[in-house]
Write a new protein. Structure first.
Length: 255
């Protein structure tokens, strides 16, 4: 199989990235519905629907705005580019803001993100398969490299397969978060915060091996968004750090 991979149906080329994107939404949402049936949701159905709507609107706007800022232009095609360019990073953070704004309006104080964690990781992973198969046709490939995992993604140059790196990271993160969820009683909402902090931390690092446009302090718009996310959760980081120190101190004392 050659990359970029372009399957055909009745001699019509199929956009594998678009197919994987739609599939990621469908499978991720079905997985969310399955988990919701198996778990007790602390938020009632009406408020949960409002939260999902707020997340969808915020994700749509955030994904387009950050996607545009990855390589901004001010020509006549900027409006079309704003609609077509999108990134999961902007979608996640925009969705987060959309949820928080919605919760203010409906006066919902319970944390709502934990149910989305594993469906989000599954959806992102499926989407990244499409990115990988699209090769250099999608702006998700890495810089040229001599690293043993370097691959020809369609332009004759061995590059970092950053989409594959991300898939491997998500598999590892899913395993770790599942173990944490099974073994530790977490405050509601903590699992989602751990996911966001971990994923945004990974993306901050991986952006250095992608051919990005770097702005202030040689950081890309995605990396500045990662920093913004960490600042947003700064109080949670301090709180989680204190809890870990207390637990380690308790374990050490008991031994």
């Amino acid at each position: 199989m050659e990359i970029p991979y372009t399957p055909q149906l009745f001699d019509i080329p199929i956009n594998i990235h678009l197919i994987s994107e739609y599939l990621s939404f469908f499978v991720g949402f079905q997985f969310y519905r399955m988990l919701k049936k198996r778990q007790v949701d602390p938020i009632d159905s009406n408020n949960r629907l409002s939260i999902i709507l707020g997340a969808a609107i915020g994700a749509f706007l955030g994904s387009r705005i950050i996607g545009f800022l990855e390589n901004p232009t001010l020509d006549i095609d900027s409006v079309i580019q704003l609609y077509n360019n999108k990134t999961i990073m902007g979608g996640l953070f925009g969705g987060l803001l959309g949820v928080e704004i919605t919760k203010l309006f409906i006066k919902e104080k319970k944390s709502s993100g934990d149910l989305f964690v594993f469906p989000l990781m599954l959806g992102i992973g499926i989407g990244r398969i499409g990115c990988f198969l699209s090769g250099v046709n999608e702006f998700t490939y890495g810089k040229p490299t001599n690293f043993f995992m370097g691959m020809d993604l369609g332009d004759g140059v061995f590059r970092h397969p950053t989409s594959l790196y991300e898939i491997l990271f998500l598999i590892g993160l899913a395993f770790v978060l599942y173990q944490v969820k099974q073994r530790i009683t977490l405050e509601n909402g903590t699992l989602f915060k751990l996911f966001m902090l971990s994923y945004f931390g990974f993306r901050f690092i991986i952006e250095f091996i992608k051919p990005n446009v770097f702005f202030i302090l040689h950081l890309s718009s995605i990396q500045w968004l990662c920093i913004t996310c960490w600042l947003y959760y700064s109080k949670s980081i301090i709180k989680l750090s204190k809890q870990c120190l207390q637990e380690n101190t308790t374990i050490t004392t008991s031994h």
